[in-house]
Design a protein around this ligand. Sequence first.
Ligand SMILES: NC(=O)c1ccc[n+]([C@@H]2O[C@H](COP(=O)([O-])OP(=O)(O)OC[C@H]3O[C@@H](n4cnc5c(N)ncnc54)[C@H](OP(=O)(O)O)[C@@H]3O)[C@@H](O)[C@H]2O)c1
Length: 315
Amino acid sequence: MRVFVAGATGAVGRQLVPQLVAAGHQVIAGTRSESKFDALAALGAQPVAVDGLDAAAVGEAVAHAEPDAIIHQMTALTGGSDLKHFDRTFAATNRLRTTGTDNLLAAARAAGVRRFVAQSFAGWPNVWTAGPGITEDDPFDEHPPKHQRESLAAIKHVERAVLEAPLEGVVLRFGLFYGPGASEDMVELIRKRRMPIVGSGDGIWSMTHVADAAGASVAALTHGSGVYNVVDDDPAPVRDIFTTLAEVTGAKKPPRVPVWLARLMAGEVGVSLLTQEHGVSNAKAKRELQWAPQWASWRDGFRSGMADTHPASAR
Ligand SMILES: NC(=O)c1ccc[n+]([C@@H]2O[C@H](COP(=O)([O-])OP(=O)(O)OC[C@H]3O[C@@H](n4cnc5c(N)ncnc54)[C@H](OP(=O)(O)O)[C@@H]3O)[C@@H](O)[C@H]2O)c1
Protein backbone atom coordinates (compact mmCIF):
# COMPACT_ATOMS: atom_id res chain seq x y z
CA MET A 1 0.00 0.00 0.00
CA ARG A 2 1.18 3.59 -0.62
CA VAL A 3 0.83 5.43 2.69
CA PHE A 4 1.11 9.19 3.23
CA VAL A 5 2.15 9.91 6.82
CA ALA A 6 1.40 13.47 7.99
CA GLY A 7 3.57 14.10 11.04
CA ALA A 8 6.23 11.52 10.21
CA THR A 9 8.97 13.06 12.38
CA GLY A 10 7.19 13.18 15.76
CA ALA A 11 7.46 10.74 18.64
CA VAL A 12 4.87 8.43 17.03
CA GLY A 13 5.92 9.13 13.44
CA ARG A 14 9.52 8.07 14.06
CA GLN A 15 8.27 4.67 15.25
CA LEU A 16 5.61 4.45 12.56
CA VAL A 17 7.71 4.98 9.45
CA PRO A 18 10.06 1.99 10.01
CA GLN A 19 7.14 -0.22 11.06
CA LEU A 20 5.29 0.64 7.84
CA VAL A 21 8.39 -0.02 5.75
CA ALA A 22 8.94 -3.35 7.54
CA ALA A 23 5.32 -4.30 6.75
CA GLY A 24 6.03 -3.75 3.04
CA HIS A 25 4.31 -0.38 2.56
CA GLN A 26 5.68 2.48 0.49
CA VAL A 27 5.84 5.51 2.75
CA ILE A 28 5.57 9.16 1.75
CA ALA A 29 6.61 11.06 4.86
CA GLY A 30 5.48 14.63 5.56
CA THR A 31 7.48 17.23 7.50
CA ARG A 32 7.68 21.01 7.35
CA SER A 33 11.43 20.90 7.44
CA GLU A 34 13.73 19.78 4.61
CA SER A 35 16.50 19.41 7.19
CA LYS A 36 14.70 16.21 8.31
CA PHE A 37 14.66 14.66 4.82
CA ASP A 38 17.85 12.63 5.29
CA ALA A 39 16.62 11.09 8.54
CA LEU A 40 13.31 10.13 6.89
CA ALA A 41 15.04 8.70 3.84
CA ALA A 42 17.31 6.66 6.14
CA LEU A 43 14.17 5.10 7.62
CA GLY A 44 13.11 4.04 4.13
CA ALA A 45 10.54 6.78 3.42
CA GLN A 46 10.19 9.25 0.59
CA PRO A 47 10.17 12.66 2.32
CA VAL A 48 7.95 15.56 1.29
CA ALA A 49 7.88 19.12 2.66
CA VAL A 50 4.40 20.25 3.58
CA ASP A 51 2.72 22.43 6.20
CA GLY A 52 -0.45 20.69 7.31
CA LEU A 53 -2.17 24.04 7.85
CA ASP A 54 -1.63 25.10 4.23
CA ALA A 55 -4.60 23.58 2.38
CA ALA A 56 -3.19 24.10 -1.11
CA ALA A 57 0.20 22.62 -0.21
CA VAL A 58 -1.46 19.60 1.43
CA GLY A 59 -3.66 19.09 -1.63
CA GLU A 60 -0.64 19.24 -3.91
CA ALA A 61 1.50 16.90 -1.78
CA VAL A 62 -1.24 14.28 -1.46
CA ALA A 63 -2.17 14.46 -5.14
CA HIS A 64 1.48 14.00 -6.09
CA ALA A 65 1.95 11.10 -3.65
CA GLU A 66 -1.13 9.21 -4.94
CA PRO A 67 -1.50 7.30 -1.67
CA ASP A 68 -3.96 4.51 -0.92
CA ALA A 69 -4.10 5.65 2.70
CA ILE A 70 -3.26 8.64 4.89
CA ILE A 71 -2.18 8.45 8.53
CA HIS A 72 -2.57 11.73 10.46
CA GLN A 73 -0.08 12.02 13.34
CA MET A 74 0.37 15.80 13.31
CA THR A 75 0.52 17.36 16.79
CA ALA A 76 2.41 20.19 18.43
CA LEU A 77 3.12 18.79 21.89
CA THR A 78 6.50 20.37 22.51
CA GLY A 79 6.64 22.25 25.79
CA GLY A 80 3.15 21.14 26.77
CA SER A 81 3.18 20.97 30.56
CA ASP A 82 1.02 23.97 31.58
CA LEU A 83 -2.11 22.15 32.66
CA LYS A 84 -3.65 25.27 34.19
CA HIS A 85 -4.00 26.83 30.72
CA PHE A 86 -4.70 23.56 28.95
CA ASP A 87 -6.41 25.01 25.87
CA ARG A 88 -3.60 27.52 25.41
CA THR A 89 -1.01 24.74 25.71
CA PHE A 90 -2.87 22.63 23.14
CA ALA A 91 -3.84 25.49 20.80
CA ALA A 92 -1.47 24.47 18.00
CA THR A 93 -2.37 20.78 18.37
CA ASN A 94 -6.05 21.75 18.28
CA ARG A 95 -5.50 23.60 15.00
CA LEU A 96 -3.87 20.47 13.57
CA ARG A 97 -6.87 18.43 14.77
CA THR A 98 -9.36 20.81 13.12
CA THR A 99 -7.86 22.69 10.16
CA GLY A 100 -5.11 20.09 9.68
CA THR A 101 -7.63 17.24 9.58
CA ASP A 102 -9.94 19.12 7.21
CA ASN A 103 -7.03 19.87 4.86
CA LEU A 104 -5.95 16.23 4.77
CA LEU A 105 -9.51 14.96 4.27
CA ALA A 106 -10.13 17.41 1.42
CA ALA A 107 -6.87 16.32 -0.19
CA ALA A 108 -7.79 12.66 0.36
CA ARG A 109 -11.13 13.14 -1.29
CA ALA A 110 -9.64 14.96 -4.31
CA ALA A 111 -6.98 12.27 -4.77
CA GLY A 112 -9.37 9.32 -4.27
CA VAL A 113 -7.64 8.07 -1.12
CA ARG A 114 -9.43 4.99 0.23
CA ARG A 115 -8.45 4.85 3.91
CA PHE A 116 -7.68 7.44 6.61
CA VAL A 117 -6.30 6.77 10.09
CA ALA A 118 -6.27 9.61 12.62
CA GLN A 119 -5.00 10.21 16.14
CA SER A 120 -7.38 11.03 18.99
CA PHE A 121 -7.11 10.73 22.75
CA ALA A 122 -8.66 8.48 25.41
CA GLY A 123 -8.88 9.40 29.06
CA TRP A 124 -9.72 12.95 29.98
CA PRO A 125 -12.26 13.51 27.16
CA ASN A 126 -14.46 10.72 28.57
CA VAL A 127 -17.04 11.10 31.31
CA TRP A 128 -15.29 10.27 34.56
CA THR A 129 -18.40 8.79 36.13
CA ALA A 130 -18.54 6.10 33.43
CA GLY A 131 -16.57 3.79 35.75
CA PRO A 132 -13.44 1.74 35.14
CA GLY A 133 -12.65 0.27 31.74
CA ILE A 134 -14.23 3.01 29.62
CA THR A 135 -15.16 1.72 26.17
CA GLU A 136 -15.56 3.43 22.82
CA ASP A 137 -19.35 3.47 23.41
CA ASP A 138 -19.08 5.56 26.56
CA PRO A 139 -19.80 9.25 26.00
CA PHE A 140 -17.48 12.21 26.06
CA ASP A 141 -17.72 14.59 28.99
CA GLU A 142 -19.97 17.38 27.70
CA HIS A 143 -18.98 19.62 30.62
CA PRO A 144 -15.17 19.57 30.89
CA PRO A 145 -13.35 22.18 32.97
CA LYS A 146 -13.47 25.62 31.36
CA HIS A 147 -9.86 25.55 30.14
CA GLN A 148 -10.34 22.23 28.37
CA ARG A 149 -13.36 23.06 26.25
CA GLU A 150 -11.51 24.02 23.06
CA SER A 151 -9.36 20.90 23.27
CA LEU A 152 -12.44 18.68 23.66
CA ALA A 153 -14.05 20.44 20.69
CA ALA A 154 -10.92 19.71 18.61
CA ILE A 155 -10.99 16.03 19.60
CA LYS A 156 -14.66 15.81 18.68
CA HIS A 157 -13.93 17.55 15.40
CA VAL A 158 -11.23 15.15 14.25
CA GLU A 159 -13.34 12.14 15.18
CA ARG A 160 -16.54 13.37 13.52
CA ALA A 161 -14.77 14.61 10.38
CA VAL A 162 -12.92 11.32 9.84
CA LEU A 163 -15.90 9.09 10.58
CA GLU A 164 -18.29 11.10 8.39
CA ALA A 165 -15.89 11.46 5.45
CA PRO A 166 -16.67 9.44 2.32
CA LEU A 167 -13.79 6.98 2.83
CA GLU A 168 -12.82 4.23 5.29
CA GLY A 169 -12.07 6.19 8.46
CA VAL A 170 -10.40 4.87 11.60
CA VAL A 171 -9.84 6.93 14.76
CA LEU A 172 -7.28 5.72 17.28
CA ARG A 173 -7.71 7.10 20.80
CA PHE A 174 -4.28 6.86 22.39
CA GLY A 175 -3.56 6.99 26.11
CA LEU A 176 -0.84 9.11 27.65
CA PHE A 177 2.26 8.58 25.51
CA TYR A 178 5.60 7.47 26.81
CA GLY A 179 8.73 6.09 25.16
CA PRO A 180 11.47 7.64 23.02
CA GLY A 181 10.70 11.27 22.25
CA ALA A 182 7.53 11.28 24.34
CA SER A 183 8.77 10.96 27.92
CA GLU A 184 11.44 13.63 28.23
CA ASP A 185 9.13 16.33 29.56
CA MET A 186 7.61 13.91 32.09
CA VAL A 187 11.04 12.73 33.26
CA GLU A 188 12.24 16.29 33.66
CA LEU A 189 9.20 17.20 35.75
CA ILE A 190 9.57 14.15 38.00
CA ARG A 191 13.29 14.84 38.50
CA LYS A 192 12.51 18.43 39.47
CA ARG A 193 9.76 17.15 41.82
CA ARG A 194 7.24 19.15 39.85
CA MET A 195 4.89 16.18 39.26
CA PRO A 196 3.24 15.78 42.68
CA ILE A 197 0.76 13.15 43.78
CA VAL A 198 -2.43 15.09 44.37
CA GLY A 199 -4.70 14.01 47.22
CA SER A 200 -4.60 10.22 47.39
CA GLY A 201 -3.41 10.04 43.75
CA ASP A 202 -6.13 7.62 42.76
CA GLY A 203 -7.03 8.99 39.35
CA ILE A 204 -6.52 6.11 36.90
CA TRP A 205 -4.47 6.66 33.76
CA SER A 206 -4.15 4.49 30.67
CA MET A 207 -0.74 4.64 29.02
CA THR A 208 0.46 3.95 25.46
CA HIS A 209 4.06 3.33 24.40
CA VAL A 210 4.75 5.25 21.18
CA ALA A 211 5.84 2.00 19.49
CA ASP A 212 2.41 0.55 20.26
CA ALA A 213 0.66 3.66 18.94
CA ALA A 214 2.61 3.09 15.73
CA GLY A 215 1.80 -0.63 15.68
CA ALA A 216 -1.92 0.03 16.01
CA SER A 217 -1.71 2.61 13.20
CA VAL A 218 -0.14 -0.01 10.92
CA ALA A 219 -2.85 -2.52 11.90
CA ALA A 220 -5.57 0.05 11.21
CA LEU A 221 -4.50 0.28 7.56
CA THR A 222 -5.94 -3.16 6.93
CA HIS A 223 -8.31 -3.85 9.84
CA GLY A 224 -11.30 -2.23 11.50
CA SER A 225 -13.40 0.84 11.01
CA GLY A 226 -14.62 3.43 13.51
CA VAL A 227 -13.12 4.32 16.88
CA TYR A 228 -10.62 2.33 18.96
CA ASN A 229 -8.98 2.82 22.34
CA VAL A 230 -5.29 2.07 21.86
CA VAL A 231 -3.83 1.74 25.35
CA ASP A 232 -1.93 -0.86 27.31
CA ASP A 233 -3.45 -3.59 29.51
CA ASP A 234 -2.59 -1.93 32.79
CA PRO A 235 -4.63 1.17 33.72
CA ALA A 236 -3.14 2.30 37.02
CA PRO A 237 -3.44 4.92 39.76
CA VAL A 238 -1.49 8.11 39.09
CA ARG A 239 0.39 7.61 42.40
CA ASP A 240 1.79 4.26 41.12
CA ILE A 241 2.78 5.76 37.78
CA PHE A 242 4.57 8.75 39.32
CA THR A 243 6.25 6.67 42.05
CA THR A 244 7.52 4.09 39.55
CA LEU A 245 8.73 6.82 37.19
CA ALA A 246 10.69 8.38 40.06
CA GLU A 247 12.18 4.97 40.96
CA VAL A 248 13.31 4.07 37.45
CA THR A 249 14.81 7.49 36.74
CA GLY A 250 16.59 7.72 40.09
CA ALA A 251 14.53 10.73 41.17
CA LYS A 252 13.36 11.44 44.70
CA LYS A 253 9.86 10.29 45.65
CA PRO A 254 7.20 12.59 44.18
CA PRO A 255 5.86 15.08 46.74
CA ARG A 256 2.25 14.85 47.88
CA VAL A 257 0.06 17.93 47.83
CA PRO A 258 -3.53 18.45 48.97
CA VAL A 259 -6.20 19.04 46.34
CA TRP A 260 -6.73 22.68 47.33
CA LEU A 261 -3.05 23.47 46.78
CA ALA A 262 -2.96 21.57 43.47
CA ARG A 263 -5.94 23.63 42.34
CA LEU A 264 -3.89 26.78 42.89
CA MET A 265 -0.84 25.30 41.12
CA ALA A 266 -2.39 23.38 38.23
CA GLY A 267 -5.95 24.69 38.06
CA GLU A 268 -9.17 22.74 37.69
CA VAL A 269 -7.86 20.79 34.68
CA GLY A 270 -4.74 19.66 36.54
CA VAL A 271 -6.77 18.45 39.51
CA SER A 272 -9.21 16.61 37.25
CA LEU A 273 -6.43 14.89 35.31
CA LEU A 274 -4.62 13.82 38.46
CA THR A 275 -7.53 12.71 40.61
CA GLN A 276 -10.66 11.93 38.60
CA GLU A 277 -9.79 9.92 35.50
CA HIS A 278 -10.70 6.29 34.90
CA GLY A 279 -8.73 3.89 32.75
CA VAL A 280 -10.02 2.82 29.34
CA SER A 281 -10.46 -0.62 27.80
CA ASN A 282 -8.48 -1.81 24.76
CA ALA A 283 -10.66 -4.90 24.18
CA LYS A 284 -12.21 -3.63 20.94
CA ALA A 285 -8.83 -2.74 19.40
CA LYS A 286 -7.46 -6.17 20.27
CA ARG A 287 -10.49 -7.86 18.77
CA GLU A 288 -11.04 -5.85 15.60
CA LEU A 289 -7.59 -4.47 14.72
CA GLN A 290 -5.95 -7.78 15.62
CA TRP A 291 -3.45 -5.74 17.54
CA ALA A 292 -1.98 -6.18 21.00
CA PRO A 293 0.42 -3.88 22.79
CA GLN A 294 4.05 -4.94 22.66
CA TRP A 295 4.33 -3.19 26.04
CA ALA A 296 1.34 -4.73 27.85
CA SER A 297 2.21 -2.79 31.00
CA TRP A 298 3.81 0.63 31.31
CA ARG A 299 5.65 -0.84 34.35
CA ASP A 300 7.84 -2.93 31.99
CA GLY A 301 7.98 -0.15 29.41
CA PHE A 302 9.25 2.31 32.02
CA ARG A 303 11.86 -0.10 33.34
CA SER A 304 13.17 -0.87 29.86
CA GLY A 305 13.92 2.67 28.78
CA MET A 306 13.18 5.53 31.12
CA ALA A 307 16.41 5.43 33.10
CA ASP A 308 18.25 6.50 29.93
CA THR A 309 15.78 9.24 29.07
CA HIS A 310 17.42 12.61 28.96
CA PRO A 311 15.47 15.59 30.19
CA ALA A 312 14.11 17.86 27.46
CA SER A 313 16.35 20.70 28.69
CA ALA A 314 19.46 18.63 27.95
CA ARG A 315 18.54 17.92 24.31
N1 LIG B 1 2.59 14.03 27.04
C1 LIG B 1 2.52 13.33 25.95
O1 LIG B 1 1.66 12.48 25.80
C2 LIG B 1 3.54 13.60 24.89
C3 LIG B 1 3.47 12.86 23.74
C4 LIG B 1 4.36 13.09 22.73
C5 LIG B 1 5.34 14.06 22.89
N2 LIG B 1 5.39 14.77 24.05
C6 LIG B 1 6.44 15.78 24.20
O2 LIG B 1 6.32 16.67 23.11
C7 LIG B 1 7.60 16.95 22.57
C8 LIG B 1 7.65 16.71 21.06
O3 LIG B 1 6.82 15.67 20.64
P1 LIG B 1 6.83 15.16 19.16
O4 LIG B 1 8.21 14.73 18.80
O5 LIG B 1 5.75 14.18 18.90
O6 LIG B 1 6.60 16.50 18.30
P2 LIG B 1 5.37 17.37 17.95
O7 LIG B 1 5.86 18.76 18.05
O8 LIG B 1 4.14 17.03 18.69
O9 LIG B 1 5.20 17.03 16.38
C9 LIG B 1 4.61 15.84 15.94
C10 LIG B 1 4.58 15.79 14.44
O10 LIG B 1 3.66 16.74 13.93
C11 LIG B 1 4.28 17.43 12.86
N3 LIG B 1 3.72 18.77 12.72
C12 LIG B 1 3.54 19.69 13.68
N4 LIG B 1 3.00 20.81 13.15
C13 LIG B 1 2.86 20.58 11.82
C14 LIG B 1 2.36 21.33 10.74
N5 LIG B 1 1.88 22.58 10.88
N6 LIG B 1 2.37 20.78 9.51
C15 LIG B 1 2.86 19.53 9.32
N7 LIG B 1 3.33 18.75 10.30
C16 LIG B 1 3.32 19.27 11.54
C17 LIG B 1 5.76 17.45 13.18
O11 LIG B 1 6.47 17.56 11.97
P3 LIG B 1 7.63 18.63 11.64
O12 LIG B 1 7.94 19.37 12.90
O13 LIG B 1 8.76 17.76 11.16
O14 LIG B 1 7.05 19.48 10.57
C18 LIG B 1 5.93 16.09 13.79
O15 LIG B 1 6.15 15.13 12.79
C19 LIG B 1 8.60 16.13 23.34
O16 LIG B 1 9.25 17.02 24.20
C20 LIG B 1 7.79 15.13 24.11
O17 LIG B 1 8.33 14.89 25.38
C21 LIG B 1 4.51 14.57 25.04
